[in-house]
Ligand binder design. Structure first.
Ligand code: GRF
Length: 194
């Protein structure tokens, strides 16, 4: 039986696309949700005939978290993937389902929304991407998979992010596939995929 995946996105959705393209039976994307309407990520899902939902963040953050949780529940996911979802969810939402996040840096270096810019500004020669378990602490959950990406002399934020994303998409799709096939085990902070 394939694992039921809900993917949350906020932008162009190229990571989502990689998950859709790689789906080979181990998992099925049952819905794609967003905090923003009219984004490319949602259009990709619609084009593929995947149900979508949008929960915009208003004044009341608690109510927003309730709505996101209700939407997730309605699709009964085995796994939730944050694929460029740029809002912080309340611990009770993060803890409701196994949840993976993809991040464009080698955590614990450069957490937060400006990871690529921060890595460039720091002057690192190597950065990369991380797939980790989402926990109540932002970008601090146990690491599931990582891959390094070189920083070139003439990189700007865009060129570096594009290079990272090429690796990130493959890493995310591979990791989700393995996760969906066999689950995972946690030993302290160490995540073991079968
Ligand atoms: C990814 O690099 C993700 O890690 C970051 O935003 C980017 C999303 O790209 N938070 P896309 O929407 O999947 O194209």
């Amino acid at each position: 039986m394939s694992a039921r995946l809900v993917v949350l996105v906020s932008g162009s959705g190229t990571n989502l696309q990689a998950l859709m393209d790689a789906a080979s039976g181990a998992y099925e994307i049952v819905a794609v949700g967003s905090d923003r309407p009219s984004i490319e990520g949602l259009a990709r899902a619609e084009k593929a005939g995947i149900p979508t939902f949008v929960v915009p963040l208003g004044e009341d953050r608690e109510a927003w978290n309730d709505e996101v949780l209700a939407a997730l529940r309605s699709y009964g996911p085995d796994l939730v993937v944050l694929a460029g979802f740029m809002k912080i969810l309340a611990p009770r939402v993060v803890e409701a389902y196994p949840m993976l996040n993809t991040h464009p840096a080698l955590l614990p270096a450069f957490p937060g929304a400006r990871a690529v810019r921060d890595a460039l500004a720091y002057g690192v020669k190597v950065t990369g991407c991380t797939v980790h378990l989402a926990t109540a602490d932002l970008d601090a959950g146990p690491v599931v998979a990582q891959e390094a990406v070189p920083v070139f002399e003439d990189d700007d934020e865009k060129s570096l992010h594009e290079r990272i994303k090429a690796t990130e998409r493959r890493l995310l799709a591979d990791t989700v596939e393995r996760f969906a096939r066999g689950g995972f085990r946690i030993e302290g902070r160490k995540v073991v995929l079968p």
